[in-house]
Design a protein around this ligand. Structure first.
Ligand SMILES: C[S@@+](CC[C@H](N)C(=O)[O-])C[C@H]1O[C@@H](n2cnc3c(N)ncnc32)[C@H](O)[C@@H]1O
Length: 326
């Protein structure tokens, strides 16, 4: 009987040979080769041929919805990753705040101008795209420094689960604190047209989503419209390497079972160089400050959870943050 590795190796070799095509698609806004959905999308986009939504991905995630909040269930790896997401956002944002705001004050000392500025800084408006059941969205909404979280996902069943879970926490009951919308990034601008919150956000997050969308460059260009001048786009995804296939497809899905089978399509992984290429190419058009771009590799260590490992962005999972010019 053939092992799973033997069964999947020919597919991997075929997909590696298509690699240059995928790279071109990421940078150029062109659709990924052979990526067009053949079934209707769960959330019908206004123009299907421009949709980032892949119907198979959405039905896969809808099927996982009921166990989303089980810390030992299908989304275990996402629950464990959540604290690192906040750390990374803080790291990104601290580079654009006055350095004095990060200094621990002496007891009884007067606050510095920088600390006063941070204290008085307006609270943050977050947009969490592909929010799933709300692991990050809920945690962000609970922060004292948060004004509001708008969280969107293309999977309708997941959005129901997210709303239901949030309704159990009175802290999140305030209607403006956390709102879930079942929509696509392509339709978000029109959905938010008359929203008092506006359609631009201080922090736009995209955690473990870009490797599930069709036409990632198109997706990012829609997303960029929702980042305020001076705001941050923060994402996490997976590099397309032999090692990531072994760890995220073979080990995590087939052997250890910490991620449900079929969650990841190795072809859709994106390397940090490809994202750097995207942001360089569209820096002027979309207003990205390339000097702010930050990447941090993270590794899942069984029994210990996710750990930051310098350089591992070239191998597997990583965070990327980039700021818009003010
Ligand atoms: C791996 S889950 C990550 C969920 C969440 N960001 C987290 O990390 O906890 C990927 C999510 O992206 C959503 N998704 C996939 N394609 C999407 C698209 N084109 N637009 C919006 N959401 C999408 C899925 O429905 C799913 O909830």
């Amino acid at each position: 009987m053939r092992s799973s590795l033997q069964r999947r190796a020919p597919t991997l070799l075929r997909t590696i040979s298509r690699r240059s095509q995928y790279e071109a698609a990421i940078i150029s806004n062109a659709p990924r080769p052979a990526a067009a959905a053949t079934r209707p999308a769960a959330v019908a986009p206004q123009k299907r041929w421009h949709s980032s939504v892949n119907a198979d991905e959405i039905s896969h995630f809808n099927a996982l919805a009921s166990t989303w909040w089980d810390p030992h269930g299908s989304s275990r790896a996402l629950h464990l990753m959540n604290p690192l997401r906040h750390d990374f956002i803080n790291t990104c944002r601290s580079t654009s705040l006055s350095s004095s705001t990060t200094v621990t004050p002496e007891p009884n000392s007067q606050p510095t101008a920088g600390q006063q500025q941070q204290h008085q800084a307006p609270k943050l408006r977050y947009l969490d795209v592909g929010c799933g059941g709300g692991i990050f969205a809920e945690s962000a909404a609970r922060l004292p420094s948060t004004h509001s979280v708008t969280a969107i996902d293309a999977a309708p069943v997941i959005i129901q689960v997210a709303r239901q879970h949030a309704s159990k926490d009175p802290l999140l009951a305030e209607p403006t604190k956390l709102r879930y919308i079942n929509t696509t990034i392509e339709n978000l601008a029109s959905t938010l047209q008359s929203s008092p919150e506006g359609s631009k956000f201080d922090v736009v997050t995209l955690f473990e989503v870009i490797e599930h969308v069709d036409q990632p460059a198109n997706f990012l260009s829609h997303l960029s419209n929702h980042v305020k001048p001076g705001g941050w786009l923060v994402l996490s995804t997976i590099a397309r390497t032999w090692t990531s296939w072994f760890t995220t497809n073979f080990m995590a899905e087939d052997v250890l079972g910490i991620v449900p089978k079929g969650t990841h399509d190795w072809n859709k992984y994106i390397n940090d160089d490809e994202l750097r290429g995207y942001f360089s190419k569209f820096a002027d058009e979309q207003g990205w400050d390339l000097s702010s771009l930050m990447v941090q590799g993270v590794v899942y260590v069984p029994g210990l959870g996710w750990k930051e490992v310098q350089g591992s962005e070239k191998v597997g999972n990583y965070f990327l943050g980039v700021q818009k010019k003010a």
